[in-house]
Design a protein around this ligand. Sequence first.
Ligand code: GLU
Length: 210
Amino acid sequence: MCGIVCAVSDRPVLPLLIEGLKQLEYRGYDSAGVALLDQGKLERIRSVGRIAQLEAALGPVKDSPASVGIAHTRWATHGAPTQNNAHPHLTPGKLAIVHNGIIENHLPLREELQQAGYIFESETDTEVILHAVDREYQQSGDLYRAVAATVKRLKGAYAIGLMCTDEPRRIVGARSGSPMVVGIAENSGYIASDMAALLSVTQNFYIIED
Ligand code: GLU
C-alpha cells in the first residue's frame, strides 16, 4: 500500500501535495516523490526514505508556483526501493504518472512496448502504464481518452494519476481495486488515496467506483 495525491488548482500546490502525503503515511511506504507542471515544464523530485527526506531534497523547488502536480508514496512491489524506481515516472517532457497497486500483466505489455521502441528507465510495473498511455496519446492527443484506452488493457490493481504538458490544466485519474477519491473545491480539483489527504482543502468528495 502507498498513497497518491494529485492537484490542479489556482494556487501553488506543492504545500498541499506534501501535506497530503504526510496524511497518508499510515499506509506505509519506502520512498516518495512529486512532479510539478509549471509553464509547460515538468519538474520532478524523488527520494528514498521518509517524506522529510523528500522535503529536504526539494531545494529551490520548495517555492515553485506550479498550480498542477502529482505526488506519491511508494511501497515497492516491482523493483527495489531506489530513487530510480520511485514515482512519479515521466516520459521526456510530456507525461507524468503516479500509481498505487500492482499490474499483473506488466511483462507482456513491457515486451510489446519495448518492441514498439519504448525504453524503460525503471524496473516498475508502473512504467508500463506510462508508455502505454503515451502510445495511445500519440493517436488521440487527449489524455482522458489515452488513459481510458490504456486501462482496458491492464490486469491487476491500480489507482493512477497523470498529467501532460500539452494539457496543463488537467489531471486524469483511474482506479480498479486500489482506493481513490476525487475532491472538488472552487477552481480546484484533487485526487487522493484517502479523504484524509485533502481535508485541509475540501470536504466535497466523490468516491470513485472501480
Ligand atoms: N507497483 C508499483 C511499484 O512497485 C507501485 C507500488 C505502490 O503501490 O506503491 O512501483
